[in-house]
Design a protein around this ligand. Structure first.
Ligand SMILES: Nc1nc2c(ncn2[C@@H]2O[C@H](COP(=O)(O)OP(=O)(O)OP(=O)(O)O)[C@@H](O)[C@H]2O)c(=O)[nH]1
Ligand SMILES: [Mg+2]
Length: 467
């Protein structure tokens, strides 16, 4: 069977550990050269977020919502390898079109930057190129938005060729409209060398020529990445088609980032997938084989985590990965029960699922981390979402029930038949057990008498022996 290749066995346990170790050893490499040689590879990829101040604008919702949003931004910043020094939120009716936070507040923000010695400000939102530029000019440090931060984490975590290409595509798409701002900022940070005095007006002329070149180069690169991703997608579709031909049911694990999807996959299949208390630890989908109590095979796939306002560049670039979920027979939607607002996470996940047409796949909602969840939150969940399952990937509580619930929801093989399989066709009996539902077997004179439900392909092979 050609799809076996993508199932990895026990030695993944060590790979997972190794990956974790490697990732930690890679983080926080300070003081790398900032010599800029290639806009696409260097300028953008190494954001070098080190010591940061976070800033948000609270326009609607409760205080708790505003706090959660900043806590999430801090977690994102830390995942990207930076040290969070301070977080400021401004209550305001709307975002300031020029400076994101109110113009008057920029000075206060600047004080915070100076007092803490921060080198970067991260804004909780997606800023326009001019907002970023205006803030940078007034604060004199690098200003980054939430989208760029998420893109940076993705860039650090992408492992596979496809994942890397997808991230780079997303980054470049984000970069194109901001090219001008970035160029100015970086040249200013590098001491203004090369690009005229103080940026601004001085950048016209030669600056713009370089900009045109950069833009052209980036667009060429974008086109190339699109082609590559398309080609890789064909390979993936072929694999998926072969899985569909073999009629092995597929279960996709989806959910908010850090909900415990990889932990659950490990718990359910004994696979050693990378687990980390970091956001977007998993970018490359992994598929593992599992076996139901009745011996039937199915697959479980781990996928990239979702987040509120997942940047649209990411959704676009990762569309082919996310669409895997749409091709599944069941979506295991994992929710972090220990999060202060699981409902909002569920909403954010369903939004992305709908965006990639995966909302038509039956969903099994699973609340994880019940070992550390607040009992009151759990009660509320039980009331609001009937039929939800409660588990802990850590303690193993509820896992057997979950396994049974998954197996119950697997599509049943299409064809019911009785056949006498000759004893020299042990291979066929074996496949009947793996792919079909065995209702009864009996050893008869001419062979094994089986009463089964099997997928169409297998039914055709059994045809000669049907009674
Ligand atoms: N207390 C507790 N912690 C858990 C449980 N399941 C997972 N975790 C922790 O939650 C963190 C995230 O787990 P992962 O399995 O990496 O989560 P994920 O959903 O795959 O995350 P991403 O791949 O980053 O989207 C890790 O620190 C886990 O140890 C659980 O049942 N209880
Ligand atoms: Mg994961």
């Amino acid at each position: 069977m050609s799809d076996i290749k993508q199932f990895v066995t026990d030695d993944m346990v060590t790979t997972g550990d190794f990956e974790l170790e490697e990732r930690h050893s890679l983080r926080r490499v300070a003081g790398l050269s900032t010599e800029l040689t290639d806009v696409t590879e260097v300028e953008y990829r190494q954001l070098r977020l080190e010591r940061v101040v976070l800033v948000g604008v609270w326009t609607d919702g409760t205080v708790a919502d505003a706090d959660n949003s900043m806590i999430e931004l801090a977690a994102l910043a830390e995942t990207a390898g930076s040290e969070v020094l301070e977080g400021l939120v401004q209550r305001r009716r709307a975002i300031d079109p020029a400076t994101f936070i109110g113009r008057g507040k920029v000075d206060e923000l600047k004080d915070a930057v100076v007092n803490t010695g921060a080198d970067t400000v991260i804004c909780d939102g997606e800023l326009s190129p001019s907002q970023l530029r205006n803030l940078e000019e007034r604060l004199n440090v690098k200003v980054v938005d939430r989208t760029a931060l998420i893109l940076d984490i993705f860039a650090q975590h992408a492992k596979s060729k496809e994942g890397k290409a997808q991230v780079e595509l997303a980054q470049l798409q984000y970069l194109v409209p901001r090219l001008r701002g970035w160029g100015m900022t970086l040249s200013r940070q590098a001491g203004g060398s090369g690009s005229g005095a103080g940026g601004g007006v001085g950048l016209r002329g030669p600056g713009e020529t370089k900009l045109e070149i950069d833009r052209r180069r980036i667009n060429t690169r974008i086109a190339k990445l699109r082609r590559e991703i398309k080609a890789m997608r064909i390979i993936r579709d072929t694999k998926r088609a072969s899985r569909a031909r073999n009629e092995v049911p597929g279960v996709a694990i989806a959910g908010y980032t850090n909900a415990g999807k990889s932990s659950l996959l490990n718990r359910l299949t004994g696979a050693g997938v990378l687990v980390e208390n970091a956001l977007f630890a998993t970018l490359d989908p992994t598929t593992r084989r599992a076996r139901a109590a009745d011996g039937r095979e199915y697959t479980l796939s781990d996928t990239v985590g979702f987040v509120r306002h997942l940047p649209h560049q990411i959704v676009e670039a990762f569309r082919s990965t996310l669409e895997e979920v749409a091709g599944a027979d069941l979506v295991l939607h994992v929710v972090d029960g220990a999060h202060p607002n699981p409902a909002e996470q569920v909403r954010a996940v369903r939004e992305v699922l709908a965006d990639v047409d995966a909302d038509r796949v039956p969903e099994l909602l699973v609340v994880n981390k019940i070992d550390m969840a607040d009992p009151e939150t759990l009660l509320m969940i039980k009331r609001d979402w009937p039929g939800v399952m409660f588990v802990s990937a850590h303690t193993g509580e509820g896992i057997e029930e979950l396994r049974a619930a998954i197996e119950e929801r697997l599509p049943r093989p299409a064809i019911e038949l009785r056949a006498v399989v000759p004893y020299d066709r042990g291979d066929l009996v074996d496949r009947v057990h793996r792919l079909g539902e065995v209702l009864s077997t009996e050893h008869g004179e001419g062979g094994t008498l089986v009463h089964v439900r099997v997928p169409r392909g297998l039914a055709a092979e059994l045809q000669p022996y049907v009674q």
